[in-house]
Design a protein around this ligand. Structure first.
Ligand SMILES: *[C@@H]1O[C@H](CO)[C@@H](O)[C@H](O)[C@H]1NC(C)=O
Ligand SMILES: *[C@@H]1O[C@H](CO)[C@@H](O)[C@H](O)[C@H]1NC(C)=O
Ligand SMILES: *[C@@H]1O[C@H](CO)[C@@H](O)[C@H](O)[C@H]1NC(C)=O
Ligand SMILES: *[C@@H]1O[C@H](CO)[C@@H](O)[C@H](O)[C@H]1NC(C)=O
Ligand SMILES: *[C@@H]1O[C@H](CO)[C@@H](O)[C@H](O)[C@H]1NC(C)=O
Ligand SMILES: *[C@@H]1O[C@H](CO)[C@@H](O)[C@H](O)[C@H]1NC(C)=O
Ligand SMILES: *[C@@H]1O[C@H](CO)[C@@H](O)[C@H](O)[C@H]1NC(C)=O
Length: 241
């Protein structure tokens, strides 16, 4: 069976790129039991890490920031540019692979999801539907041909579907010479992910790097997608596994 523990130690911040919008900024450094809405196998460890799944087979867990995020100035106006980042580590308790985790933007904290290959995001009946209004970054440690996964260690930009709009092997481009360095998601090493959206270019950049590194200039994976056409007026940000 698929048995794995995910520990996500997090500082998560999200901030519009436009100046003077400081009231939209929030930053979490470590968690307490009060700061997140948890379900399934998700829990906060005594040291303040978010644990999404705990090794139970066929399990799933979600953690959401309790209040919705205002990504639009007013209903139906454009989704603003934003930048966010978080830190995670994947710790496997058995030497068997599992499916990974996502950072997600959704219209509700109660997703119609089932465990295992859907990463806690979707089910067989809603995967791929535009009515999901879900934007997610998947950190996927399993190659699933059903979703045309490129390998068992990739990072993908998902719009309403686990078949990623764009995906790349996990890793980063060196600033010095542009060469690509592979990273292993399930290496137990802490890594940082940056997610940026530019509303004029409708561009999403996602960059992965070891925790100690400054953000590489070239993103690991990038996609063009107008998020104004995807996200609902009410957006909850969270993690799923
Ligand atoms: C994992 O979480 C589930 C749901 O909270 C719980 O029933 C189960 O006992 C937990 N397993 C372990 C190994 O902690
Ligand atoms: C969260 O609650 C659990 C279960 O009550 C407890 O074991 C853990 O120490 C708490 N974590 C924090 C950071 O307060
Ligand atoms: C979540 O949604 C399902 C239907 O999709 C519903 O049955 C369930 O009661 C909801 N749970 C909560 C906590 O709102
Ligand atoms: C590219 O630069 C990095 C960092 O300086 C270095 O570790 C790596 O070996 C270089 N690769 C090549 C092919 O020059
Ligand atoms: C990175 O890993 C992929 C397989 O996922 C492999 O094809 C590629 O050659 C590796 N690149 C480097 C620079 O090691
Ligand atoms: C994405 O990365 C490219 C290449 O570095 C850069 O030109 C562009 O401005 C970036 N866009 C965002 C939204 O960060
Ligand atoms: C993105 O979509 C919104 C809503 O459909 C539209 O108003 C806006 O002009 C689009 N942005 C770009 C850059 O095409």
């Amino acid at each position: 069976m698929l048995l794995k523990l995910f520990l996500v130690g997090l500082g998560l911040g999200i901030a519009p790129l436009t100046a003077g919008d400081e009231h939209h900024r929030f930053v979490y450094s470590g968690f307490s039991n009060a700061s997140l809405t948890l379900d399934g196998t998700a829990s906060i460890t005594p040291s303040g890490l978010l644990e999404l799944t705990n090794g139970t087979a066929l399990s799933m867990g979600h953690a959401f920031f309790p209040s919705p995020l205002r990504l639009r100035d007013s209903p139906n106006s454009m989704v603003q540019s934003f930048a966010s980042s978080f830190v995670f580590g994947i710790i496997s308790i058995y030497d068997l692979s599992s499916h990974g985790l996502t950072l997600l933007f959704a219209p509700s904290k109660n997703l119609s999801a089932i465990p295992v290959q859907y990463l806690g995001l979707f089910s067989g009946s809603n995967n791929g539907k535009t009515t999901n209004h879900i934007f997610a970054i998947e950190l996927d440690t399993w190659q699933n041909s059903e979703f045309r996964d490129i390998n068992n260690n990739h990072i993908g930009i998902d719009i309403n579907s686990l078949t990623s709009l764009q995906s790349q092997p996990a890793g980063f481009f060196h600033d010095q010479n542009g060469t690509f360095k592979n990273l292993t998601l399930s290496s137990q090493e802490a890594m940082q992910v940056w997610v940026e959206y530019d509303r004029e270019k409708t561009q999403i950049n996602v960059t992965l790097a070891p925790l100690a590194m400054v953000k590489p200039r070239k993103p690991t994976v990038s996609a063009i997608q107008n998020l104004s056409d995807v996200l609902a007026d009410v957006v909850y940000i969270g993690f799923s596994s």
